[in-house]
Structures are given as C-alpha cells and as structure tokens.
Design a protein around this ligand. Structure first.
Ligand code: AMP
Ligand code: MG
Length: 492
C-alpha cells in the first residue's frame, strides 16, 4: 500500500471550485519514465512509487489512500476570446503534499479521462504531447526557469483519436499551484465576489505569504504576481522560449511555466517566430509574449477590483499603477539577464542599445539563438580564433565584426578577466536546449516504434544544460534543412 501524505486543502474552498472526479482506468499501463530525483525532492523517496502500485497510481487505475481527486473549475481567454467555462477537462488534482522544502505541491494527472469540464473532449492525452511536456518542463527546471514539473509518464495501452489514432499516455505533473488567471475569471464571470476573495486568500496563504503583512494584502498579492510574471517572461525571452498558447487559463498564478502545448525553443532567431499551427495571427509570437503577459495580468486585475479598494475608482487606479509597473519590472529583469548573457557585470547606460543591436543582427542573419550566446561566451577580449565559430552562424560578418568591436570596447570597462567573464557567461548561456527537431525525433521513435531510447537520451543531456558533455555534441546543433519541424502540432 502506498502511503503518500496527501492533503486536500483546495477542497475546503467549497463545491463551486471543483468537481470531485475519479480517473478512468486504462487497459495496460506501462511506465515510460519515473522522476526519482523529483520524488526525493518532494519527500516521496521512501514511498515505493517506482513500483507496480506507483504505476497504478500514475495511470489513474488506483487512487491512493488520502487522495481526493478533483477537476478544478476555471475560465479563460483563448486567443483573446473569453470562455466562461473551461476547467480541467483531462486533468485531475490528486492532492497536495508538503515537501521537505516546506512548500506545498499539487500532484496532478493529465490525460486521466473525462470530467464535467471535458466539453466533448475525451479527457485523454496522446503520447507525443506527454513526452514533449516531460522533456521541456524538466529542461526548464534544469535551466533555472520556474515551471511545473514531470513526476512520471506512463503509456496507457490505449489509443486516442485525434486526426488519426495515436498511442495514449498520462503525465503526472507537479506545481506549487494549479490556480490560473482563468480560475479568478471563472468566479468574476459569475459575479461571485466571495469566491474571488476566498481564492485570493488561499493563494496568499499558500504562494505569497509575505502579502499577509501588507496594508492591503490583495494589492500586495497582485503586485507580487506581476513581479513573478515579469521575471518569468524575461527568462523565457532570454532562452528563446516560445510558450505557444498564452491563454489566460494557461497562466499560473504562482508564476510557473505551465501547460506545455505547442511550445518550442527557437533555433535561428526570429522575433516573429510562431510554432503553433493554430496561432495564425501570431498573437503568441516570440516578441509578443511580454505584452501578452501584461494583457493577461490586466484580465486578472479586472477580477481583483472588488478586493483592491472600497470604491471601484481607487481600485482601478491601484490596479493600473501595478500594471504600469509590469513593463518596467520586465525590462529590468530582461536587461539584468541579458547583461549576464553578454558578460557585462557592471551597468552602463547604453547596454540595452548594445544588446538590442546584437539581437537585431541575429534576427537579420537568422543566427542560431542558443549557439550565438554559446560562442559569445567563449570569446576573449581580443579578437581570436574563437571568433570564427561565431562568424559561421551569421550570413554577413561585417556587421557582426562591427558589433564585436563595440562589445569589446564595452568589455574594457569591465573588471573581470577573460576566464572569469567566460565562466559567468557560460553559467547562464546553455549548451543544450530541448531543440524542436530532437523532441520530434524522440516522439516519432516512441510513437512509431515504441522506442524510447531517443527520449531517454535527450532527457539525460538536458539534465545538465549548462555543461559540455563529451560525446553529446550533436545535441547542440540546430536542425539540418531536412530535420526542420515544419508543422507544429496544436498540442493536445
Ligand atoms: P489547453 O489549451 O490544452 O490548456 O486546454 C484548454 C482547455 O481544453 C482545458 O479546459 C482543457 O482541459 C481542455 N481540453 C484539452 N484537451 C482536452 C481533451 N482531450 N479532453 C477534454 N478536454 C480537453
Ligand atoms: Mg491549459
């Protein structure tokens, strides 16, 4: 018998917040991957999860004692259009656990069968998206980006009907909260101010305890949510990450990257890059992401208005002030991170101009995003042979040389030695990212041949994204022309 010390505080919020739902068992589950390291971090090392009983749990075939599975209610703006009811249509919150780090984590099954929120969907997940979410969310964690995490992936032994029949799978994922902007919107759409306050209190207690001590805890909560999102977005942008579906239901109140669908890391840099086949207008294109985050936070502000002040006018004013801060906070976080990426340990007024000039060059030359910073991290203050590797990424090198001249001049104001600077830069510029064509190849092999070797290899390399791993050089490389992933999935 598995003994997981589940708690279920979300249930105490009351029936309006969820629907109790049991997972639908699957025919023949098999473990694809169990995240031992994460289990240990959660304090579950001794619970024998890597077993037949664990498999039954991760498949939704057995509900462990203490778990009270629920489908959470939420609404959301999807591509700008408001839907008053979305909710967990293929996910179930099993329960929460308090980990040794004293944080409370939600354990959720994704792909565990239909719920009251399924809206005609089958409640299932296909193997491909499960593998993608496992790989990318774990890579994000190792890259140092706040994210939900993958505890286990199991194949279901059943097929799911998409445009074709595909093998099914279930992901067990962990978050410090599954409350979304859309959760607040759900109650705002119903004029349920009491529920909004309950939810805000819950979020403060659980994810933003420091807000408790503020004069106006709800305003402090909003301020802190904004700060976390600004930091998160800066990190995405610094890694060339494109989420793909930044709908308000896919924005976590806790500031973690959540709901990996048609997401991808860019190879060659393109400000307008879009991967999702359903994002025809480019709403969620790379360069739009910070503005979309702010748009989503504005939708959150609208929900919080009743809590922010006694009268609506001052509430709106407070909210507006906080929202106006987002851009500045974002820019500040972005610039700080970009200075690190370019080896600037000190602040100078024109740094942003210098950094933007590099990004413009990268865009114009279609230079590989990750490799540009990788090679830049290996240059010396004086031009040297390492320059050539950077040159190869750019179509026209005259402009790059001019930029490098400016950069080197700027470095002369820096106190660090070449090797100190290189070390600092290499600590923030990854060697390995989950490149789209590698993920695709891993999915293809798993789907078509039940071969998980590429999945495991890719996952292994991404455990240490900032370290050179001899023998794994191929994982650094962008796709060859024939490897470029043409059509990116709509995610589900
Ligand atoms: P997403 O954009 O993938 O985060 O999903 C948006 C909404 O659609 C959420 O309410 C999901 O629960 C729901 N959904 C997505 N796929 C399915 C499915 N296969 N079955 C039921 N609901 C789904
Ligand atoms: Mg979602």
């Amino acid at each position: 018998m598995l003994t997981i010390p589940f708690e279920n505080t979300y249930l105490q919020l009351g029936k309006a917040f969820f629907v109790k739902t049991r997972p639908t068992p699957v025919r023949q589950p098999e473990m694809i991957k169990f995240n031992k390291e994460l289990a240990a971090k959660l304090g579950l090392a001794g619970t024998n999860l890597d077993s037949t009983e664990g498999l039954a749990l991760f498949a939704g075939n057995q509900i462990p004692a203490g778990a009270e599975p629920i489908a959470m209610a939420y609404a959301g703006h999807q591509f700008g259009h408001f839907n008053t009811q979305l909710g967990d249509g293929r996910a179930l919150l099993l329960g929460e656990i308090v980990a040794p780090d004293t944080l409370r984590y939600d354990i959720q099954l994704k792909g565990s069968g239909p719920t009251d929120f399924s809206r005609g969907g089958d409640g299932r997940a296909a193997l491909g998206p499960v593998l993608r979410e496992y790989l990318v969310s774990e890579a994000m964690a190792k890259l140092g980006v706040p994210t939900t995490r993958a505890l286990a992936a199991v194949s279901s032994g059943e097929e799911v009907a998409r445009t074709q029949l595909l093998p099914g799978a279930i992901l067990t994922r962990i978050a410090t909260s599954y409350v979304r902007v859309g959760t607040f919107q759900y109650f705002a759409a119903r004029g349920n101010d009491k529920a909004i306050q309950q939810l805000a209190d819950y979020v403060i207690h659980r994810n933003y305890p420091d807000a408790t001590h503020a004069d106006n805890p709800y305003l402090a909560l909003f301020e802190m949510i904004i700060a976390r999102q600004a930091q998160l977005l800066a990190q995405w942008m610094q890694l060339g990450f494109i989420h793909g579906v930044m709908n308000t239901d896919n924005m976590s109140i806790a500031g973690e990257t959540i709901d990996y669908g048609p997401c991808a890391f860019m190879d060659h840099f393109n400000q307008q890059q879009v991967y999702s086949s359903i994002d025809r207008q480019g709403r969620y294109a790379y360069h739009n992401q910070p503005a979309i985050a702010q748009w989503n936070l504005t939708r959150l502000a609208e929900c919080l208005i009743p809590l922010l002040a006694d009268d609506a006018e001052s509430a709106i004013q407070h909210a507006q002030e906080q929202l106006d801060n987002f851009q500045q906070l974002y820019h500040h976080a972005w610039l700080a991170g970009m200075r690190q990426k370019t080896g600037l340990s000190q602040e100078q007024e024109n740094d942003a101009v210098l950094i933007h000039a590099l990004l413009t060059l990268m865009h114009d030359n279609q230079a590989d995003f990750t490799l540009t910073f990788y090679h830049l991290s290996r240059l010396t203050r004086d031009p040297g042979s390492a320059d050539r590797k950077l040159h190869r990424l750019f179509k026209k090198t005259t402009d790059l040389n001019a930029w490098l001249g400016r950069w080197r001049e700027r470095l002369s104001a820096e106190p660090l030695s070449d090797s100190e600077r290189q070390q600092a830069m290499q600590a923030v510029n990854p060697v390995y990212i989950p490149r789209n064509h590698r993920i695709e190849a891993a999915i293809r092999a798993a789907e078509d041949h039940q071969d998980f070797t590429l999945f495991h290899q890719l996952h292994h390399v991404l455990q240490k994204p900032y370290e050179e791993q001899p023998g794994q050089e191929q994982y650094k490389l962008p796709p060859l022309a024939e490897e470029v992933v043409q059509q990116t999935f709509c995610g589900t």
